[in-house]
Ligand binder design. Structure first.
Ligand SMILES: [Zn+2]
Length: 205
């Protein structure tokens, strides 16, 4: 695989659910584009939303730089994402313009409605991306990409089935480096929402 597009719902989803694979492929020379469909504006207990949008863009860009990739945070609303026609057409445009060999996304079975919405929208886009008269102002790519799901642990209505298994343990330190760029999330918001903020040290980055 030489060109990989990750369509996650939030800044950090790519690292959490496909980080080892992405680091491995970056080392092998793949061209990677990381996308968070939402802007991350809702995932914090106190920072104002407009400030959070800018913080999440900065943190994501730092994480992407570790694997030499741009990390796009689009402006669909965090926490209120719908698998709308607007989102489907935006995804078709993203896929056509980047022309990936592989697209990774969430399954449409997940605890988080934003993850489900992205998974559904990518599924809806995956055939239409090759139909020229849909989003006609953006030419279709030279070949249809493979669309695959990032790993998850959900079992209902059907469990994840691994078609490809790779040993990414040598990449874990780099994945942790990427995740630690998301300071406002992994050291702050996520421990807060889990009720374990007092057990987590402050970020040293
Ligand atoms: Zn997420």
């Amino acid at each position: 695989m030489t060109r990989i597009l990750v369509l996650g719902a939030h800044p950090d989803d790519a690292e959490f659910f496909a980080g080892g694979f992405l680091v491995r492929q970056a080392r092998a020379g793949s061209v990677i584009r990381l996308v968070s469909v939402t802007n991350g504006q809702s995932g914090h207990q106190s920072i104002p939303q407009q400030d959070l949008i800018a913080i999440r863009k900065t943190e994501a860009a730092e994480a992407g730089a570790i694997v030499g990739s741009p990390y796009i945070t689009a402006d669909f609303p965090d926490g209120s994402l719908q698998p709308s026609l607007e989102l489907r057409h935006w995804i078709i445009k993203e896929i056509r313009e980047f022309a990936p060999d592989l697209v990774l996304t969430h399954r449409p079975f997940d605890y988080h409605p934003d993850h489900r919405a992205v998974g559904q929208a990518v599924q809806d886009a995956s055939y239409m991306v090759m139909v020229p008269k849909v989003v006609p102002n953006v030419p279709r790519p030279p070949k249809e990409p493979i669309v695959a799901y990032m790993v998850d642990l959900f079992t209902r209505p059907c469990p994840f089935r691994a078609d490809v298994v790779l040993d990414v343990s040598p990449e874990l330190e780099t994945v942790l480096d990427m995740l630690s760029c998301h300071r406002s999330q992994v050291f702050d918001w996520l421990p807060w929402i889990e009720g374990i903020k007092d057990q987590v040290p402050a970020s040293t980055r």
